[in-house]
Ligand binder design. Structure first.
Ligand SMILES: CC(C)(COP(=O)(O)OP(=O)(O)OC[C@H]1O[C@@H](n2cnc3c(N)ncnc32)[C@H](O)[C@@H]1OP(=O)(O)O)[C@@H](O)C(=O)NCCC(=O)NCCS
Length: 173
């Protein structure tokens, strides 16, 4: 099976919404992605799709967020959402989207990525509990589920603080 990973194009928006709604089993996810596209911090090259035979079967979004530290706001990226159509799961598509997105973010000069999710899954890609750097979520969350990845060695050292998400994420958090 040939899997193509590429930045999303305008013509993908409807399919991306469907992939998110079906993967999460609720209609709000697609609408959240659509709302985030109107946020000025949205970066087109960090919203990627996975295609099989020309069909969008997976999507990942990396969205700029800030780590609010006592002295400064440190820019990071939130990995969310990540979605693969149920019938295409467990084929490595989610992993390919993560790897391609992390590489794109690194090339753009971002220093780190934050994710809230399944520790057993994201640890495969190098994510570690954010508590290791004293980086906290803005809401109650299991410690092991809130994770971070340095895109450059030591980039999170001394960046202890609380992550501030755009309000569009509120429905999902
Ligand atoms: C999570 C998700 C994106 C993974 O995509 P995928 O393409 O199926 O994942 P991959 O094929 O890259 O990896 C599959 C592996 O991850 C594991 N995995 C999948 N979901 C997992 C989870 N919730 N917790 C732990 N491991 C998980 C699978 O068991 C499989 O393990 P194996 O390689 O040992 O067989 C997909 O299952 C999905 O869209 N789920 C619904 C939406 C969701 O939960 N998104 C993530 C929010 S944090």
């Amino acid at each position: 099976m040939d899997i193509e990973i590429r930045p999303e194009a305008k013509g993908d928006y409807t399919e991306v919404g469907t992939v998110n709604d079906l993967a999460f089993g609720q209609p709000g996810e697609g609408a959240m992605v659509e709302a985030l596209r109107y946020n000025p911090r949205f970066i087109r090259g960090l919203s990627l799709v996975a295609c099989v035979d020309g069909l969008v079967v997976g999507h990942i979004l990396f969205f700029p967020v800030d780590i609010e530290t006592p002295g400064e706001r440190v820019e990071s990226l939130s990995l969310a959402p990540l979605a693969v159509l149920p019938e295409y799961q467990n084929m490595g598509i989610g992993g390919k989207l993560i790897e391609a997105g992390v590489e794109a973010a690194r090339c753009m000069g971002f220093a780190s990525v934050i994710v809230m999710g399944h520790p057993g899954y994201y640890s495969r890609f190098g994510f570690k509990p954010a508590s290791q750097w004293c980086i906290r979520p803005p809401m109650e969350a299991p410690e092991e589920a809130f994770m971070a990845l340095e895109l450059a060695r030591g980039s999170l050292k001394g960046k202890a603080g609380t992550v501030v998400y755009p309000r569009e994420y509120d429905a999902a958090l």
